[in-house]
Design a protein around this ligand. Structure first.
Ligand code: PRP
Length: 179
């Protein structure tokens, strides 16, 4: 099977991740440990690269939700699979997502994390499908805006395939039907 066509190449991703890390480091300078909450599974590569480029003290946490199951259409129903493990009360929290599509997942996550009474919550997503938004949720740091295509690679999957591609690629609609 051939590799998916490139939408955003590796160099462009790493350049943008560096820019986001610089901006976040500036914004959180002298505010103590920043708690990065990676949303499993899709954010794991973005989180790894982003966190290592920050120049501020940071703590890594993970949270897991389930929304899409194995299909490619959002059900809008989000379920908490695993909450953060550490105590985030009175700490500054940055949610790190690979992609925001309808926005349901991010909105749900903000609610869950607010219940832990952090000092603040901001959001960061490598990709944003702005045209697909169904709920109003603010993304403070966005890597790239993308269209309605299904994207894979750099953590994102299609049917659990292609997460480890070093670039963001697209899956053709024909392949989606067979996926
Ligand atoms: C993806 C992505 C976000 C969510 C965004 O996760 O990582 O968490 O969908 O969609 P929304 O804005 O429409 O809610 P997915 O359910 O594919 O799980 P995964 O990260 O484990 O692949």
């Amino acid at each position: 099977m051939s590799n998916p066509p490139v939408l955003i190449d590796e160099a462009a991703i790493l350049k943008r991740v560096g820019e986001l890390a610089d901006q976040i480091s500036d914004d959180y300078a002298d505010k103590g440990d920043l708690v990065l909450v990676g949303v499993l599974k899709g954010s794991f590569i973005f989180l790894a690269d982003l966190s290592r480029r920050l120049s501020i003290p940071r703590i890594i946490e993970f949270i897991a939700v389930s929304s899409y199951g194995t299909g490619s259409v959002s059900s809008g129903a989000v379920r908490l699979v695993m909450d953060v493990r550490g105590n985030i009360e009175n700490r500054h929290v940055l949610i790190v997502e690979d992609i925001v599509d309808t926005g349901h997942t991010l909105k749900y996550l903000i609610g869950i994390l607010e219940s832990h009474r952090p000092a603040s919550i901001r959001t960061c997503s490598l990709l944003h499908k702005a045209e697909s938004a169904e709920v109003d949720v603010k993304i403070d740091y966005v890597g790239f805006s993308v269209g309605d295509e299904w994207v894979v690679g750099y953590g994102l999957d299609f049917g659990e395939q292609d997460r480890t591609l070093p670039y963001i690629g697209t899956v053709a609609p024909d392949d989606r039907n067979g996926g």
